[in-house]
Design a protein around this ligand. Structure first.
Ligand code: F6P
Length: 363
């Protein structure tokens, strides 16, 4: 009679639906009641129809769909204890003490705090008469498991986050398309790609499309980058190349920490090389559309493993994130991953780029 709920939080990513489906189906297979929480933490706080029992059929035909069918939101209410108290009441009323959170590091940190506070929240709910002592006893421990859904691949502790592979495919398709028209007109294209503070998408796309130059946050260019860029593009053209592709990650900067934008790059190319240069900002196209086969399968494996981890959890087990380690879906302590991810952000802010790369690990 265990109740398990799954929700998606923060920015969406391709493959989230496949993960939701796997959690729900594995829960039903194991004899649990499965629930959706719609609109992320906001739905948990608001309760009502936002928390709905799911069945086998309610997750049919979603594996191939991008985005998240149960909605996602950034929620200010859940950051306050009053919001978390409401959320705890809504869960206890449905007998839900197992949560799968699909989101980024902020969402997972919030879940961990909720878990730590759970017994004090339940004490308060008994005191104010919202729940009975029997309900408190029956729901005394909250178990949580995280899955990382993000196109950025910026989370420590997993080789790949759900959505990254699909986003990369989308970028590559776009650059291939741009390359053919660039070739015809001997143009230079500056492609801005997402990734916030992580250059994974940019560097992978640069390798896969044989781009001529790239700018990523983890390896800031020298302040003389204008010369390096001009020389490199000029060399390629002199060698007979009819086009150039330059990839600029959001968050790219120079060694002084000054941001480098696609406009900055275009200006240099216009002024120094007099190329016919154009900018394409890929934007949210990268986060939309159907998930790749890799993301669907990754999400299926991670979702199933998340449910299994919850069912095996005891009151002393630490919350985990389901990670990809090589080709294995493994359980890694959630806070260890979150703390490392935050340490990377701190190192980047303090311009300790080499430390950031080392801390981030394999991916
Ligand atoms: O974290 C995923 C991401 O797509 C980043 O790559 C990007 O910087 C950000 O989200 C955009 O956020 P929003 O959808 O809120 O504009």
């Amino acid at each position: 009679d265990k109740g398990l709920a799954v929700f998606t939080s923060g920015g969406d990513s391709q493959g989230m639906n496949a993960a939701v489906r796997a959690c729900v189906r594995m829960a039903i297979y194991l004899g649990c009641k499965a629930y959706f929480i719609r609109e992320g933490y906001q739905g948990m706080v608001d309760g009502g129809d936002n928390i709905q029992e799911a069945n086998w059929a309610s997750v049919s035909s979603i594996i191939h769909r991008g985005g998240t069918i149960i909605g996602s939101a950034r929620c200010a209410d859940f950051r306050e204890r009053a919001g978390r108290l409401k959320a705890a009441n809504n869960l206890v009323q449905k007998g839900i003490t197992n949560l799968v959170i699909i989101g980024g590091d902020g969402s997972l940190t919030g879940a961990n705090l909720f878990r730590q506070e759970w017994s004090s929240l339940l004490d308060e709910l008994v005191k104010n008469g919202s729940i009975t002592a029997a309900q408190q006893e029956k729901n005394s421990v909250l178990h949580i498991v995280g899955l990382v859904g993000s196109i950025d691949n910026d989370f420590c502790g997993t080789d790949m986050t759900i959505g990254t592979d699909s986003a990369l495919h989308r970028i590559i398709e776009a650059i291939d398309a741009i390359s053919s028209t660039a070739y015809s007109h001997q143009r230079t294209f500056i492609m801005e790609v997402m990734g916030r503070h992580c250059g994974y998408l940019a560097i992978s796309a640069a390798i896969a499309t044989e781009a001529d130059f790239m700018f990523i946050p983890e390896e800031p260019v020298d302040v003389t980058w204008q010369d390096d860029l001009s020389i490199k593009l000029h060399q390629e053209r002199s060698a007979g190349q009819r086009l150039n592709i330059v990839i600029v990650a959001e968050g790219a900067m120079d060694r002084e920490g000054n941001p480098i934008t696609a406009e900055d790059v275009k200006k240099v190319i216009d002024e120094r090389l007099k190329h016919d240069a154009r900018i394409t900002v890929l934007g949210h196209v990268q986060r939309g559309g159907n998930p790749s086969a890799f993301d669907r399968i990754l999400a299926c494996r991670m979702g199933a493993e998340a449910t299994l981890a919850l069912m095996e959890a005891t009151k002393d087990s630490v919350p985990v994130v389901i990670s990809l380690d090589g080709n294995q879906a493994v359980r890694v302590p959630l806070m260890e991953c979150v703390e490392r991810t935050q340490a990377v952000a701190k190192a980047m802010k303090e311009k300790r780029w080499a430390d950031a790369v080392k801390l981030r690990g394999r991916s």
